[in-house]
Ligand binder design. Structure first.
Ligand SMILES: Cc1cc2nc3c(=O)[nH]c(=O)nc-3n(C[C@H](O)[C@H](O)[C@H](O)COP(=O)(O)OP(=O)(O)OC[C@H]3O[C@@H](n4cnc5c(N)ncnc54)[C@H](O)[C@@H]3O)c2cc1C
Length: 359
């Protein structure tokens, strides 16, 4: 284990944030808006993390929200961010006809609830992209294809080592928002308590199927909660504002099925989920839709090794005893989009209040 670092000696150095999901970007936005230097390192080619949109390059207009499906608003501070997204046209109300399938009833029932559901436009990843643009506009740096493989302490300051071998720093603090299992490996060598905490935060996996087929699966509904089944959720992409007019669905497998089939190849997972879907449709007497799944226009499965936390901590972030290594993300005070955003913002505010230096 390396020695603890005293950030006060490097008080003018930037803060490094690992991960450009909603937690990392909300953290960076708080720092940048207070005039603090911040650099975000993201291993993917773009922002937004699990709040994701997959474009099918070979098929113009084909776009799937294969990660988070929608967000809800519960807290006042997140409401301000939500209204900001609405005002900038990157979010919209999803007026979805939601159904619920109960195994005992063997038919879809319309769910009547007062829940308002919002989606990113033109895709869920627009939320993260907008945050990243704002961080940059306020002088922050967001770097993509920049996977952090280690945090290193050198000359009384933190540095980060990227997969390409480059070393970046010094930083006065590092905020790690990678999913907890990945964060454990980064912070553990420097802060045993944080490493152990991160390791204890379990997340459910999720297989998501991106599907296009003719005829439509359930034309009368836009989203379906499937209870006590290997499948858990279906969403009709075209029912969301600013989506292409195609019969595209995202189908999610339940945590238990996803866990027991986690190591399948993506093609095998897609075939297995199509079979589950066919059986489920036949159960409801939707034979034509079930038969269409023998030859779908598109069927690609994506494995999320970490989708949502099995249980989130009550605290919104965690700080090492040296005060300059932080953990944030949806496992901290979350879960979900709102929780991730609140967690990042709280970690950013902590850095603003507790780190020395400008302004
Ligand atoms: C299938 C699925 C369905 C969901 N449905 C919903 C829903 O309907 N509503 C809802 O509110 N939420 C939903 N969620 C949860 C929601 O997506 C998350 O809670 C939220 O997006 C988490 O944000 P985050 O910033 O904490 O983590 P992430 O979005 O995971 O961001 C972490 C980022 O860190 C990056 N990273 C990881 N390791 C490194 C490294 N070593 N170096 C650099 N970068 C790294 C990752 O690439 C990622 O971009 C769903 C999630 C999934 C997967």
């Amino acid at each position: 284990m390396s020695e603890p670092y005293d950030y006060t000696t490097t008080s003018d150095a930037p803060v490094a944030v690992i991960g450009a999901g909603l937690a990392g970007l909300s953290c960076a936005k708080v720092l940048a808006s207070h005039g603090r230097a911040v650099t975000v390192f993201e291993k993917a080619r773009g922002p937004s993390g699990r709040c994701a949109t997959r474009e099918q390059r070979a098929e113009p207009g084909a776009r799937y929200d294969h990660g988070a499906q929608y967000y809800t608003v519960r807290s006042q501070s997140f409401r301000a961010q939500h209204e900001h997204w609405l005002a900038h046209g990157v979010s919209a109300l999803w007026s979805a006809r939601i159904g619920v399938w109960e195994p005992s009833q063997r038919q879809l029932a319309v769910k009547t609830d007062a829940q308002e559901r919002y989606i990113g436009t033109p895709g869920m990843s627009a939320l993260g992209r907008h945050l990243a643009d704002e961080v940059r506009a306020q002088g922050g740096s967001v770097q993509y294809e920049a996977a952090v493989i280690a945090i290193e302490g050198r000359q009384q300051a933190w540095h980060v080592r990227l997969q390409d071998g480059s070393l970046h720093g010094p930083y006065r603090a590092v905020v790690c928002t990678a999913p907890a299992a990945q964060a454990a490996a980064l912070v553990g060598p420097h802060a045993i308590d944080l490493g152990q905490l991160a390791q204890s935060l379990v997340a459910h996996p999720c297989w998501a199927l991106m599907l296009e087929c003719e005829p439509d699966l359930a034309p009368e509904l836009d989203g379906v909660f499937v209870n006590e089944h290997a499948l858990s959720w279906l969403a009709r992409e075209v029912s969301k504002p600013a989506r292409a007019a195609r019969n595209q669905w995202v189908v999610q497998a339940a945590p238990s099925w996803s866990t027991s089939h986690l190591e399948l190849e993506a093609d095998a997972a897609a075939r297995a989920m199509l079979r589950l879907l066919q059986e489920w449709l036949i159960d409801q007497g939707r034979a034509a839709a079930a038969a269409a799944l023998d030859r779908p226009a598109h069927a690609v499965a994506h494995r999320w090794r970490y989708s949502i936390p099995a249980q989130a901590r009550a605290e919104r972030y965690a700080v090492s005893s040296c005060g300059s290594l932080l953990l944030a993300g949806d496992a901290h005070g979350g879960p979900r989009i709102e929780g991730a955003w609140l967690s990042g913002a709280a970690a950013g505010s902590h850095c603003v209040s507790h780190l020395g230096g400008k302004p």
